[in-house]
Design a protein around this ligand. Structure first.
Ligand SMILES: C[S@@+](CC[C@H](N)C(=O)[O-])C[C@H]1O[C@@H](n2cnc3c(N)ncnc32)[C@H](O)[C@@H]1O
Length: 200
């Protein structure tokens, strides 16, 4: 499989928008999730570890899952994440991890996964009973968000009601959507949601 984030990985962390989004999203997830020092967290589509870095001081361990070796190389090179955040280059829908997590969090990765049903089903199978999800992505947009480079982009954002239906299908409850952020990108306006829920 080719690494679609190989080039982006090089300068990803220095992009102002990536830093802004991750700090806003990190703060919002931190306010919503009761983190504690025994938690094992999966960061799905962790990339270079911007979200993991915010959460790491509050939990026991983070498994940072991504299919881009280049993005994970950036993550594993960060000294501050050592012994806490572990990169795993694996497609968990094809090769599940033989472990159950207390939380799965994800920022701006779900729109890169074609089959959302299968992804949410996979999240459900990787969670303990009563465990949580905290997922951030873009609300439905007109395709302009990735108009210059849409390889590996399968969704023009997400409709909240459609995503709620999928979450209910895989036995999530206490489903709550909040607007995580309004942001400008190349002269257009977008919004991002944070959805939290617990696994029955
Ligand atoms: C826009 S980046 C977001 C990275 C990071 N979460 C952040 O907020 O900075 C999307 C990430 O999702 C990853 N990704 C795409 N498809 C994936 C899959 N099937 N499984 C795991 N990661 C995936 C990409 O490789 C990329 O690192």
């Amino acid at each position: 499989m080719s690494d679609l984030f190989k080039e982006k990985a090089e300068n990803y962390d220095s992009e102002e928008w990536a830093q802004e989004l991750s700090s806003v999203v990190g703060a919002m997830i931190t306010a919503k999730i009761p983190f504690h020092d025994q938690m094992h967290v999966m960061d799905f589509g962790a990339g270079t570890g911007l979200l993991s870095a915010t959460v790491a001081p509050m939990v026991k361990k983070i498994t940072a899952v991504d299919i881009s070796e280049a993005m994970l190389e950036k993550l594993t090179a960060k000294a501050e994440l050592k012994n806490k955040v572990y990169g795993l280059c694996q497609d968990i829908m094809v090769n599940p991890i033989d472990e159950k997590f207390d939380l799965i969090m994800s920022a701006f990765a779900m729109h890169h996964v074609e089959n959302t049903n299968k992804l949410i089903q996979s999240f459900a199978t990787h969670l303990q009973r009563g465990a949580l999800i905290a997922l951030v992505d873009v609300d439905t947009e007109d395709g302009s968000f990735h108009s210059d480079d849409n390889l590996g982009v399968f969704h023009w954002g997400f409709d909240r009601d459609d995503l709620k239906t999928i979450l209910e299908m895989y036995s999530f409850e206490n489903i709550d959507f909040k607007t995580a952020h309004h942001f400008d990108w190349q002269g257009r306006k977008y919004s991002a949601f944070l959805v939290t829920a617990s696994k029955v």
